[in-house]
Design a protein around this ligand. Structure first.
Ligand SMILES: Cc1ncc(COP(=O)(O)O)c(C=O)c1O
Length: 228
């Protein structure tokens, strides 16, 4: 029996890294050793204190029920304290922090929450492929914004302003940028916030590489007025 998949999967394709890792595995099997520098996977165990705490908690008989849907308050409060320490941004742990199993989950939730058929979302090209899949899964259309060496791997705001932005509701940004490693230049986040406000576009900052080879970790939310 052939039961067709939902039309929302049309054109989504396989996750880039799933395909790439399969290709690497095949090459390794044929004796071509491939050193995989393409995915930021940890190559060491967590700190022994973390492992001990996890083991001790797992052995308790009273901690195995469903969690609250927003994550435990202590975790959200610790995240808010970390955010304040790292970026000087104050977040309310009860409504402005949501623990997730990874950013892919958050990227999909954000697209499902704000986008639907007829909406457009700006996605970086080159950029992390999940933005495109999540926008498409939400039924919306991707509009690539090109990042080039000439533009310093940053959006060309003049080119963006020249196009019709009336259906654009959301823009994915990712600085420090994957795959170029570009750090945000001085004033870029201010320009992005102003651009979002001018056109009614939600700017979503995917920031997983903030602390890697970066002396100055930044959050878009630190720009005055960014959270309005
Ligand atoms: C820019 C970017 N965002 C998000 C992710 C995914 O993060 P997670 O593993 O937390 O879903 C990656 C992983 O490659 C990434 O490069």
């Amino acid at each position: 029996m052939n039961i067709s998949t939902a039309t929302r999967l049309d054109g989504i394709g396989e996750y880039y890294f799933s395909k790439k890792l399969r290709e690497i595995e095949a090459l390794n099997r044929t004796g071509t050793p491939v050193i995989n520098l393409g995915i930021g996977s940890p190559d060491g165990p967590p700190h022994p204190d973390v492992v001990a705490a996890l083991q001790a908690q797992a052995a308790r008989p009273d901690v195995h029920a469903y969690q609250g849907y927003k994550g435990v308050p202590a975790l959200r409060e610790a995240m808010a304290a970390w955010y304040a320490r790292s970026y000087s941004v104050t977040l309310d742990p009860s409504v402005e922090i949501l623990p997730l199993i990874g950013s892919k989950e958050g990227i999909l939730h954000a697209c499902m929450t704000w986008l639907g058929p007829g909406d457009e979302a700006l996605v970086p090209n080159p950029g992390y492929p999940t933005y495109r899949s999540a926008v498409q899964l939400a039924g919306a259309t991707c509009v690539d914004y090109l990042l080039t060496e000439e533009s310093g791997w940053e959006p060309d705001f003049e080119a963006l302003e020249r196009r019709d932005l009336s259906r654009v509701k959301l823009m994915w940004i990712n600085y420090p940028h994957m795959p170029t490693g570009k750090l945000p230049s001085e004033g870029l986040f201010e320009k992005l916030v102003a651009f979002g406000k001018k056109h009614g576009i939600l700017i979503c900052h995917d920031n997983p590489y903030s602390f890697i080879l970066n002396e100055k970790p930044q959050s878009l939310l630190a720009v005055p007025g960014a959270m309005d």
